[in-house]
Design a binder for this molecule. Sequence first.
Ligand SMILES: *[C@@H]1O[C@H](CO)[C@@H](O)[C@H](O)[C@H]1NC(C)=O
Ligand SMILES: *[C@@H]1O[C@H](CO)[C@@H](O)[C@H](O)[C@H]1NC(C)=O
Length: 403
Amino acid sequence: MASKLLFFLIASVLVAYYIYKPLPDNVEEKWKVMMLDATFRSLGDVAYLAELFGIKHYMEVLMLLTHAEHTEPTSDENITVTDTSFNNVPVRLYIPKKQTDALRRAVIYIHGGGWCLGSPAMKPYDLLTRQTAQQLNAVVVSIDYRLAPKFRFPTQFDDVYAVVKFFLDKDILAQYYVDPNRVSIAGDSAGGNLAAAAAQQLLNDPGVKVKLKIQALIYPVLQDLDLNTPSYQDNGNMPILSKSLMVRFWNEYFATDRALAEAMHSNRHIPSEAGHLFKFVNWSRLLPENLKNRHIYVKPEYGRSHFVTKYPGLLDTRACPLLSEDDQLKGLPLTYVLTCMYDVLRDDGFMYASRLKKAGVQVVHAHYDNTFHGILLMNAWPFDLSIAHQISNKYMHWLDENL
Ligand SMILES: *[C@@H]1O[C@H](CO)[C@@H](O)[C@H](O)[C@H]1NC(C)=O
Ligand SMILES: *[C@@H]1O[C@H](CO)[C@@H](O)[C@H](O)[C@H]1NC(C)=O
């Protein structure tokens, strides 16, 4: 009996130790956040072990969550949902049933997951895109691009761009009763990266006549040059997206190369030949004072040339939209940037907003100082946080007013 009690006590202490994590004071629903963080962390630990013992690739284990949250395309009284393909790339399509005389608006949506995970069919994404279609009475095209590690850069970008190009055609838009002057691209995290990259590419594509009205970038990834910005330093262990997971995602996008991952961890993966690009991610210049916090700017140390020779994607603007010249940013559509305080990617968003404004682009920056990366996905049981609904409602309200 006594030994059972002792066992129970020890087990409880271990569980509490694993789950308990000090969170910043202003984060709401702390216990729920800790539970969901512990869930993600345990999945990460299982993935680590599975990889260590050669059972499965790390990302294959994390993909279990994407599979577990899979939903079938389910129409409701207001929206017809179908899985189809545009230009041979699978998409999930949401079409409002309501008949209106006026043409509809449209949102091209790109899900997140570090180019390795996620799908439009995942419950949280299905909810978000369905709500967008419902609240805006808009057609939503949610892109099911191919993922790493099976497919590397630029496959993800190419898939997204193939859909964007297909859809931004006057005849196709007419077929869906969409107003060619009211189309937006939107994405979160790695999806925000792909959205930003596609929006830039469109500026140089004479083959596409229809212009985007809006790009909405939700806590986007925008650069791999400096992985030691104040937000990387301050939020490396915050819920959902740790610094090491983000480094891992970057690494998987280009290769599964341990040496590259180690170089990225120590921020020594860019050679002196590419030194001129550091000005585009110079947070000393591009961040507001309060976010620099106590940090003093040091330029990343130069690394060997070997990595960028082997993986030129590291410096490619289709992977790092923040590395584009000022001239390339001019002409981008009205931009909505959403950032979260406790997110390694926060400063990517701030720096892009700052550079876009300087280039004369209209920017609306929604910054939330009490939450973390991936918050919009916390919209469904069992990870249902009230702040996720508040932020998502505000985003959709803004989109409704401006698109
Ligand atoms: C359909 O639209 C009506 C009117 O906007 C709304 O009240 C209802 O909840 C919607 N149904 C679903 C399943 O979202
Ligand atoms: C970064 O910006 C600061 C302040 O404007 C400047 O002193 C520094 O030389 C810049 N460094 C790089 C690498 O661009």
